[in-house]
Design a protein around this ligand. Structure first.
Ligand code: ADP
Length: 250
């Protein structure tokens, strides 16, 4: 059963149709990348997938559990408590890290597990240290976000997302605010997560990274899916739009 299933998704902003009949599914442990030109709807799709944005048409299911229904032609969402339970399956990593500036690295990671998931403090700390080791940041546990580079902050943000034991980790252009050398260190960390068998949905403009890490790639343009397939299928596609887009990334 798919972890995430989106069927015939429609989304408009003030009459501007941004997602036009988008369908996708993400399986357990799968790395799924979304690529496409700027303004094609990638971030909106990710925000709809994580219920940060509501859809106007179509349906979303998480591990077979319905999050939306259509009633009298309108999409309705599951009640708040169910949505909350569904959201606990997600980890989110954004472009701008969004760490809490007044908390140390360690506190940034343990805060939600202790406060929201009611985990034991010591257990949460031990998990956080293990995750910091995983992202190469164990020596910065006591530092504050402002003392870290963008790449280091993003690695902490990844550890923070992992601390909630998500089934799916969503990344929205995780390296777009970073210099090339900091980008490389973050991409390396994301790549190392692939062997943890957490499903990942990644909006990225790092084409060689997407090709290298993904099980499947979705290429969208103008709010529609142009292609969806394995990296080999997408990168060797004869579709003119795909070729022209990928050609720009040489
Ligand atoms: P991408 O991530 O591919 O660059 P986006 O999903 O950010 O694309 O944006 C797709 C389109 O939707 C753009 O035309 C953008 O201006 C518009 N858009 C995105 N979010 C909003 C919003 N909250 N209100 C109005 N328009 C929006």
């Amino acid at each position: 059963m798919a972890l995430l299933e989106m069927n015939h998704i429609q989304k408009s902003f003030e009459g501007l149709s941004v997602l036009k009949d988008i369908s996708l599914s993400v399986d357990k442990g799968e790395v799924f990348s979304i690529i496409g030109p700027s303004g094609s709807g990638k971030t909106t799709l990710l925000r709809c997938a994580t219920m940060l944005e509501t859809i106007d048409g179509g349906e979303i299911l998480y591990h077979g559990q319905r999050a939306t229904w259509t009633e009298n032609g309108k999409v309705v969402y599951a009640p708040k408590n169910e949505r909350k339970q569904i959201s606990s399956m997600f980890g989110l990593v954004f472009q701008n890290y969004n760490l809490f500036p007044h908390m140390t690295v360690l506190k940034n990671i343990t805060d939600a597990p202790v406060r929201v998931q009611k985990r034991e403090k010591e257990e949460a700390k031990a998990t956080a240290m293990e995750l910091l080791r995983k992202v190469g940041m164990e020596d910065k546990a006591g530092a504050y976000p402002c003392q870290l580079s963008g790449g280091q902050q993003q690695r902490v943000a990844i550890a923070r997302a992992l601390a909630l034991h998500p089934s799916i980790l969503f990344f929205d252009e995780p390296t777009s605010a970073l210099d090339p050398e900091l980008t490389a260190e973050v991409l390396k960390v994301i790549k190392s997560l692939a062997d943890l068998h957490i499903a990942m949905v990644i909006v990225t403009h790092e084409m060689s990274f997407a090709k290298d890490i993904s099980d499947r790639i979705l290429f969208m343009a103008g709010g529609v899916i142009v292609e969806q397939g394995t990296p080999d299928e997408v990168f060797s596609s004869n579709n003119e739009r795909t070729r022209s887009f990928l050609g720009r990334y040489g």
